[in-house]
Design a protein around this ligand. Sequence first.
Ligand code: SF4
Length: 177
Amino acid sequence: MEIEPGRLKLFEAGNILHEFIIQVFKSEKNIDKIKFLESELPFKLDQKEFIISGRLDDIVIAKEDNKKIIVEVKTVRDVRFSIKPNKNHVMQLQFYMHATGIRDGIILYIDRTNLKTKAFEISYDEKHSLDILKRFKALHELLKNNVLPIDEAKQSKETLWMCNMCEYRAKCDRNEK
Ligand code: SF4
């Protein structure tokens, strides 16, 4: 499936800004506070019936207390509106913390227009993580039975924007498998 040029540009802008953040983490200025550890770390979580795999953004170590922190970088149009972390981003980070055993995370929003940032600290929540795994299991069951999952993003104003970015939009609108 071809991705529209507009979306590709947005992804590319996201990649460039992510690279910029890595350089900031590695910068001499931050050497007393954090140590950059890894980026784009692949992980696999074996659920017996299926395997969940992915890649997580950046891992840094806070110098103050020597703890590992997963930093999930998200680009936004206007960081002033990021007054709390998006629940889908929290869900993603909780899952990463569960998959890696790292118990501290940060969602870092970066403004595409002026590079201003806002960070939200997130602690591991076992119950939330187990709920996320249940969602994976439910999806697995649907896929096994060749049943389309509910078009969840369309169900809430908060998540509807995802559909505008979704490459499966046309198929989804037609309820096509
Ligand atoms: S259009 Fe895409 S994001 Fe929206 S509900 Fe359908 S599959 Fe999900």
